[in-house]
Every structure is written in C-alpha cells, then in structure tokens.
Design a protein around this ligand. Sequence first.
Ligand SMILES: Nc1nc2c(ncn2[C@@H]2O[C@H](COP(=O)(O)OP(=O)(O)OP(=O)(O)O)[C@@H](O)[C@H]2O)c(=O)[nH]1
Ligand SMILES: [Mg+2]
Length: 314
Amino acid sequence: MADSLSLDGRDSEKTRQATQKSRTQWFSRVAALFRNAELDDLLWEQVEEMLISADVGVEATFDLIEVVRDTVKGQGDLGAAEAVAVLKNQMVSILSIAGKGVDKTSSIRPLVWLFVGVNGAGKTTSIAKLTHLYQTLGKKVVLGAGDTYRAAAIEQLQQWGQRLGVDVVTHQRGADPGAVAFDSFKAAQSRGADVVIIDTAGRLHTKTNLMEELKKIQRVLLRENQEQDLRIMLTIDATTGQNGLYQARAFADAVECDGVFLSKLDGTAKGGIAVAIGHELKLPVLYIGTGEQPDDIAAFAPREFTDALFETSA
Ligand SMILES: Nc1nc2c(ncn2[C@@H]2O[C@H](COP(=O)(O)OP(=O)(O)OP(=O)(O)O)[C@@H](O)[C@H]2O)c(=O)[nH]1
Ligand SMILES: [Mg+2]
C-alpha cells in the first residue's frame, strides 16, 4: 500500500515498468549473486559494488551491507533467500520515512504544494501529473506560474493548464515569484479550489540569492497559512544520480521540504537513488515519474518499490 494518493490503481504496474532497467541491470543481479555464491568477503564486495553502481550511495550501501552481514553471521545457517530478504527489509525501512506529505486525509483547503528543484528536474511536468491525479479524485486545482524567470516557462504551465482544464494564475515575466505564490493562493481560496500547486524557476543550488528567493516564497505562503497547509515538493531527476542528490540537499537545507517527486525513473537503471534519498535526505519519496504524460505518475510505496527492484521474473 502506498501512502500517497493513487491515480488509477496501476501504481504497481507502473513502478515495475519504471524500474525495469534498474531491475535487470543491477538488483536482480544482486539477488543472483546471493543465490550463486558463498556468503564470503568476495560476495560482500561484489554486492557493495553493485549497490553503489545502482546509485544506492556509499553510506547507505555500507549500512545495508553491515546489517545483512551481521544478521547472516548472527544466524549461522541463513540461506541466500533469507539474506536477500534481510537486505530488502532494510531497504524498505530506509525508504519508509514518515512525512506530512503522505497524509491522505487532509481536510485543509486549499492545500498548497510548492515545487522546487534544479533546472530541468521535471518540476513543471510533475505538477501536471499531480494536477491530473487530484482531478481524477474529483479535486479542483489551481496552478500558480511562479517561474517568472525562464523564457516561455509561464506559457508552458499555461499550456498544461489548458490541456488539463485548470486555471493558471500568472504575472508578467520577471515578476516577483512570492507575489505570484500569494495571488495563486488567494485565487484558489476565492475560487473554492481544493489544491493550489505553485511552480518555481529551476535554480542552481549554489546561487545563494536564488535560494534566498525560495525562502521568501515559503515565508509568504506561511504567512497566509498554518504551517501544515504548505507542502514543499522537492523534484529530483532520477537520472542525475549522486550529483542530483548533492544538489537536492541544498534545497532541503534552504526550505522545509516534505517529500520528493522522483522524476524520470523510467529513464534510468539507477533506481537505487530512492534509497540514497531516504538515507541521506531523510525525506519520503511520494511519487515517481514514469514518463512524460500526465498519467505517468505512480504513488511511491517502499515495499512495492523494493519488490519491483528485485523481482527476477519477467
Ligand atoms: N521520461 C520522462 N521524462 C520526464 C519526466 N518528468 C519530466 N520529464 C521530461 O523532462 C524535461 C524537463 O521537464 P520540466 O518539467 O520542464 O522540468 P523543470 O524542472 O520544470 O525545468 P525548468 O523549469 O527549466 O527548471 C521535459 O522534457 C519533460 O518531458 C519523467 O518522469 N519521465
Ligand atoms: Mg519548469
């Protein structure tokens, strides 16, 4: 069961499809290693190498291996299948981070989502997906074009708005994104919307003034809301690996992120990044992006995701 909202009940299937490359290239091979080798030092080294190659991250990999190794040692007759089960359980536990973003039953209206992340991470597309998901659940959505920086960013969101049939609040290019956020919230309130989702410009994590601008947008929205009304979604491009994780940390440090939209999982064999996100950022992955269309979204569920990674059958 996922803790996030579900679009169409096809979450498992989409998760399986989006993790196909990760499964065949890395995780099913990890499982095969356990089956075919002695549980000796060489095996641990190989598992370590594979997990790191799959972007699980060095620290998380060391932690995982330590736990599995200790358990195997502690229970002398542990077989391959049990060892893999211990590894999977440990991954599930790293991925199972509670966050307010996973609350399914929020009665707060309008609920505010603010999307942040580096350039090209997939923010705007992921906003379209979340919009579509809420619409499917019968919720009224308003969008806020808070990317007033990049050329055509406002138009891009407007196009999604048209396609999905939702209002988009815009200001001129170059306008203060805090003011856009404020107006979007007010518009959502006065139009009786259930959810308002605000886009922001992609920014390099190293640009201090732009990171300050995000804090300002957060402040503006918190002035209008109780803190729990505002949810900040950090969009991370799964194909950018450890570097993306490093960039994401700066966002998590700057604003109070509630969860992660892990985009472009369909485009990578490095799905282990989800584990690294849990381990390093201590943030829950809420949704995964499984393609470029509005319905290419799946609710993230730690157990389902881990099972999908290791599943060896076709
Ligand atoms: N395959 C695939 N492509 C995706 C996914 N999410 C986004 N994309 C693509 O990634 C590219 C960038 O997406 P945007 O949504 O524009 O990213 P952004 O973070 O808003 O970019 P900026 O506003 O420029 O910072 C687009 O070509 C999207 O179609 C996904 O889950 N899977
Ligand atoms: Mg964008």
